[in-house]
Design a protein around this ligand. Structure first.
Ligand SMILES: N[C@@H](CCC(=O)N[C@@H](CS)C(=O)NCC(=O)O)C(=O)O
Length: 212
C-alpha cells in the first residue's frame, strides 16, 4: 500500500492525493507538516532532507519527494496510456503542460498571491504587490484559457497528469478573496474538475487552518 506523508491542506500533497485517487490506488496518508510538525525528525529528514511534504513511499523501498516527480512515478507505475502516454511525442506534450503549470502558474500563485492574501495578516499585506502578482498570473492563466477553448483538458482531449498539476491550484485561485479576470474556458474547466469526486475529496479541502 502506498504511504503518503503530508497534511491534507498542503497544495502539493493535494496534487499527489488527487492523482493517487484518480488512479484508484490504495493508500495511507499521515498528517505531517505545518501545525502537525514531524518534518524535523531524523526519520523524516532521512526520507526528505528538504523537510517538506509530500513524501511518498512505495514497494521495493522507494522513497520519493518533489511532487512533480511523485506524480510522474505514479503515472509511470500505475497510470494508463491516456493519463501519461508512452509515445515520447505525446508524453512530451503532457509534460510540457505539467511543467508549465508548476513553474509558471504555481510559482506565480502560491507565494505571491495565496500566501499574501491568506497566510499574511491583513495589516502586513501589500495590496499593490498583490495586484501586480494577480496581473502576472493572469498572463499565464490566459494561456490556459486559450488552450482550454480548443481542448477539453489542458494537454488535449484526455484527462492527464497535466490536469493534476494545473487543476489542484484552481480551487484556491477561484476561492480566495481577490478580484478575478473572467476566464470563460478556464472557468468551465474548473467546474468540470469540481464534478470529479476525487477532486472534490482531495482538493476542495478547507485552508482555514493556514489562515494568518
Ligand atoms: N517543490 C516541492 C515543494 C514542497 C513544499 O514546499 N511543501 C510545503 C507544503 S505545500 C511544505 O512542506 N511546507 C511546510 C510544512 O507543511 O510544514 C514539491 O512540489 O513537493
Amino acid at each position: 500500500m502506498l504511504e503518503i506523508y503530508g497534511r491534507s491542506d498542503s497544495s502539493n500533497v493535494q496534487a499527489v492525493m488527487w492523482c493517487v485517487a484518480e488512479l484508484g490506488l490504495e493508500y495511507v496518508r499521515y498528517d505531517i507538516g505545518h501545525r502537525f510538525g514531524g518534518t524535523n525528525t531524523k526519520e523524516f529528514i532521512d526520507m526528505n532532507p528538504n523537510q517538506t511534504v509530500p513524501v511518498l513511499r512505495d514497494k521495493d523501498g522507494l522513497t520519493l519527494w518533489e511532487s512533480g516527480a511523485i506524480l510522474r512515478y505514479l503515472a509511470n507505475q500505475y497510470g494508463d496510456d491516456r493519463f501519461w502516454p508512452k509515445s515520447p511525442n505525446l508524453r512530451a506534450n503532457v509534460d510540457k503542460w505539467a511543467e508549465w503549470s508548476k513553474v509558471s502558474v504555481a510559482i506565480n500563485f502560491t507565494i505571491p498571491i495565496f500566501w499574501e492574501v491568506v497566510r499574511t495578516p491583513k495589516e502586513q499585506q501589500n495590496s499593490q504587490l498583490i495586484d501586480k502578482a494577480i496581473k502576472a498570473l493572469e498572463v499565464k492563466l490566459s494561456i490556459a484559457d486559450y488552450q482550454l477553448a480548443k481542448h477539453r483538458y489542458l494537454a488535449g482531449d484526455n484527462f492527464t497528469l497535466a490536469d493534476i498539476q494545473l487543476g489542484h491550484m484552481l480551487y484556491r485561485y477561484f476561492d480566495i478573496d481577490i478580484e478575478r479576470k473572467k476566464f470563460h474556458h478556464l472557468g468551465l474547466y474548473y467546474k468540470r474538475l469540481c464534478e470529479r469526486p476525487m477532486y472534490s475529496k482531495h482538493v476542495l479541502v478547507s485552508y482555514e487552518a493556514l489562515r494568518a
